[in-house]
Design a protein around this ligand. Structure first.
Ligand SMILES: Nc1ncnc2c1ncn2[C@@H]1O[C@H](COP(=O)(O)OP(=O)(O)O)[C@@H](O)[C@H]1O
Ligand SMILES: [Mg+2]
Length: 262
């Protein structure tokens, strides 16, 4: 009887406490203490990059800066699904970053999943801080941006390079494209990589990938003319298809926002 009771109590306490599961990149073994006390380091970090449903902070640790993304607690069904059925966003961000490689996205440092009552609790993805100069957002909206055409064309090259490697970023939106100037070349990196597809891309995949940038026709033309040359297709045809996908996307987004009452 006593045993039974003790066992029962033991299980009870285990389900109350938070269980942590993590993976730390072999090159960042010196960050073990950061991982084990992530909650404290995250709370102490004063530089908040972004704070919506997910919160992103720059966390200094032993003389280096890391970017820590804290994923909010999903709704109850996904808390269950991420525990038992599919990898969490933190884990996917880590694994996809590894697969993409440091040339394409900031190097992943670790992911941490926490579980309470057998369900997913706040989870974290840690990456190297990429000291970029700007995201593509200001460039897309400001036609006077220095070297704009050149950067847009180099962005088309970068996108083509991703597509040729069978990489489709399902959230290819302006805040997820970071740019750093290196002499006359620009270095592009993608972030927010938890929704990726790896496959041979169709023409539809390729051209609809530009839709979320939500740019005007003239800007689209600069990027898509270059892209058309790279895939060896007529420029006017490629531009018309890409614009149609953009309009479809804009229409769906407006509908969605109306339904949500925004
Ligand atoms: N590794 C990184 N290096 C530098 N800045 C980053 C990094 N990761 C995220 N950021 C910054 O945080 C912002 C939001 O990150 P993101 O992962 O896209 O979050 P969200 O899911 O909220 O869109 C980016 O636009 C960028 O400014
Ligand atoms: Mg983003």
């Amino acid at each position: 009887m006593m045993y039974l009771w003790e066992n029962h109590r033991c299980i009870f306490f285990e389900s109350l406490s938070i269980v942590m599961k993590y993976q730390l990149h072999p090159s960042y073994q010196h960050c073990q203490a950061l991982i084990e006390h992530i909650e404290m380091h995250f709370q102490q970090a004063s530089q908040i990059l972004h704070a919506e449903r997910n919160e992103i902070r720059i966390v200094p640790f032993e003389g280096e800066d890391y970017v820590v993304k804290s994923f909010g607690i999903p709704h109850i069904i996904n808390r269950f699904a991420y525990r038992y059925l599919r990898p969490s966003k933190a884990k996917r961000s880590y694994q996809y970053s590894l697969k993409l490689g440091a040339e394409i996205c900031p190097e992943p440092v670790a992911y941490i999943e926490q579980f309470q009552y057998g369900l997913l609790a706040p989870s974290y993805f840690i990456s190297q801080h990429f000291k970029y100069d700007f995201t593509i957002r200001p460039l897309l909206s400001d036609v006077t941006f220095e070297n704009r055409n050149e950067i847009l064309q180099q962005f088309a090259d970068f996108t083509y390079h991703l597509h040729q490697r069978g990489i489709l970023h399902r959230d290819y939106s302006p805040g997820n494209i970071l740019i750093k100037q290196q002499h006359h070349k620009y270095l592009f990196k993608i972030i927010d990589v938890n929704r990726m597809q790896f496959k041979t891309l169709s023409l539809q995949d390729r051209l609809s990938n530009f839709a979320r940038l939500m740019v005007d026709d003239a800007t689209m033309k600069i990027m898509l003319d270059r892209y058309a040359n790279l895939i060896n297709k007529p420029q006017h045809e490629i531009l018309a298809i890409a614009i149609a996908y953009r309009d479809q996307f804009a229409h769906r987004r407006t509908l969605k926002n109306k339904l949500r009452g925004r």
